[in-house]
Design a protein around this ligand. Structure first.
Ligand SMILES: C[S@@+](CC[C@H](N)C(=O)[O-])C[C@H]1O[C@@H](n2cnc3c(N)ncnc32)[C@H](O)[C@@H]1O
Length: 219
């Protein structure tokens, strides 16, 4: 394994976050905003899949590491798959997190239809210790904007990530996304003067994330 600084900043690391996070310094991150696999065997219309979306082996170790890396009295937000809400909640609670809020991202279209039209994504606000209430709390229902998923099969819109970072990460703080995909969280962090640390398992997505943050920082 290549040596790693214990407090890397403004970089995207390539590899399995359950192996990389244990090498980072404890209590070194101000806010976590992440969008892990939903555990739903996702496949888009063109056949693209998400790595580790077919197993939960990573969920407990990743949640425990997220808790360890977060500073005391700080917050994390994790998207999750409603199909496996029980597994996500159990892993977060076992890691030490307290459920502090729930966010719904309302879509103006149905991303798929079965018994219902699927018109929302969802995330939990997770607390480590007793974080301060933000000076200007935001609503827990935010409007979703379709990204076109050109950079990643499950690309998140910057328009929903930016208010979360502005509200929950202190100015100049470090935002961690251990499942960073195309790097949308990292770009949102730089746009608001926060530092970032991304981790991505798949080489092609890691390359995308690296070029997205480089492009944004050059702009
Ligand atoms: C839901 S996607 C994130 C999409 C991202 N929010 C975006 O806007 O592009 C989850 C990502 O986690 C990555 N992943 C899965 N298992 C991982 C692991 N153990 N360590 C790091 N990344 C992982 C997948 O390759 C995928 O890109």
């Amino acid at each position: 394994m290549r040596p790693l600084p214990s407090r890397p900043r403004n970089t995207v690391l390539h590899g399995d976050c359950t192996r990389i996070m244990p090498r980072l310094a404890p209590a070194s991150v101000d806010f976590i905003l992440t969008d892990p696999p939903y555990l739903c065997r996702y496949q888009d219309r063109s056949g693209r899949r998400v790595a580790n979306d077919d197993n939960a082996r990573w969920l407990k170790p990743a949640s425990a590491e997220m808790f360890r890396l977060l500073k005391p009295d700080s917050l994390a937000i994790s998207f999750y798959g409603w199909h496996q809400a029980d597994l996500f909640i159990a892993a977060w609670r076992e890691a030490g997190f307290r459920l502090a809020g729930h966010l719904v991202f309302a879509k103006p279209y149905a991303s798929s239809t079965r018994f219902l039209e699927h018109r929302h994504e969802q995330a939990y606000l997770l607390a480590k210790g007793d974080p301060a209430v933000p000076p200007a709390p935001i609503g827990d229902v935010l409007d979703w904007r379709y990204t076109g998923n050109r950079l990643h099969p499950t690309e998140k819109p910057l328009s929903i990530l930016e208010p979360l970072i502005r509200t929950f990460c202190p100015a100049g703080g470090l935002v961690l996304d251990p499942f960073c995909g195309s790097g949308s969280t990292l770009v949102a962090a730089t746009k608001h003067g926060r530092d970032f640390l991304g981790i991505e398992l798949e080489y092609r997505h890691w390359r995308t994330a690296r070029s997205q943050v480089a492009e944004d920082r050059a702009a």
